[in-house]
Design a protein. Structure first.
Length: 201
C-alpha cells in the first residue's frame, strides 16, 4: 500500500511540476500543498489584508514567524488585499528574515485601477532560479506558482518583473514554508498521540 501511495505521489509531482536547480516548481496549489505536507513543512499564508493604500518602500510584515520585506522603486500600494507596486514597469522584491524551504504566491499584473491585465511574469529567486509565464486574471490560484526545496536548500528572496512596462506587479497571496522548530514538532507529535488515544477509547 505504501509503495503504491509513494508511486502515485511521485507521478503527481512529475506531471504537475518541474525541477529547476534542485527546486521543484509547480503552477498547482494542490500539488504545492501536497509536496509541502510530504516534506513536513509548516506553510503559512500572507493575505495582505492588514495593508491599505500607499506605503513607501520598504514594507515589512510577518507570516508564520518569518518576517518579509517588500521593496519597489516608487513605493507600494495595496487595495482590497492586492499588494502592488505604486508605479508601472517596476519590479517588486520580497526578502525574508530567515531563508524559507518553500515559497509560493498568486502573482499577476494589474492596470492602474487594479484590473488584472495579461502580462509576462519573470520571477527570479535568490539562487538564480527563474520562472517565466503568462499571467491573466486574478482568480484564486489562477496565477499561482510555488517553489519547493526537497533537499534542504533555502530561498531568501524573490523578485517579480512583468512585461509590458505599463503593468503593475501585483501579489494576491504569499505562502512561506519552513521546517518547524523542534518544539513545534514535539507539540504536533503530542497532539497526534492524544488524538489517537481519543479515537481508540
Amino acid at each position: 500500500m505504501k509503495t503504491f501511495a509513494a508511486a502515485a505521489f511521485a507521478a503527481t509531482v512529475l506531471s504537475a511540476s518541474t525541477s529547476y536547480a534542485g527546486l521543484i516548481v509547480t503552477p498547482s496549489k494542490p500539488v504545492f500543498d501536497s509536496i509541502a505536507a510530504n516534506l513536513a513543512l509548516q506553510v503559512s499564508e500572507e493575505t495582505f489584508g492588514s495593508y491599505d493604500g500607499f506605503a513607501a518602500s520598504p514594507v515589512t510584515g510577518t507570516v508564520g514567524g518569518v518576517t518579509w520585506t517588500a521593496f519597489a522603486s516608487g513605493g507600494l500600494f495595496t487595495q482590497d488585499g492586492v499588494f502592488s507596486t505604486n508605479n508601472p514597469g517596476t519590479a517588486i522584491q520580497f526578502t525574508f528574515s530567515e531563508p524559507v524551504n518553500a515559497l509560493a504566491g498568486t502573482f499577476f499584473a494589474t492596470a492602474i485601477d487594479f484590473t488584472p491585465v495579461p502580462a509576462i511574469l519573470v520571477a527570479t529567486l535568490s539562487d538564480g532560479t527563474t520562472w517565466a509565464n503568462l499571467t491573466g486574471s486574478a482568480e484564486p490560484y489562477g496565477n499561482f506558482v510555488g517553489f519547493i526545496s526537497p533537499n534542504g536548500a533555502t530561498i531568501s528572496s524573490i523578485t517579480l518583473n512583468f512585461s509590458p512596462s505599463t503593468a503593475y506587479a501585483s501579489v494576491g497571496s504569499l505562502w512561506v514554508g519552513v521546517v518547524p522548530a523542534p518544539g513545534s514538532v514535539a507539540l504536533l507529535g503530542a497532539a497526534a498521540l492524544i488524538g489517537g488515544r481519543r479515537r481508540r477509547n
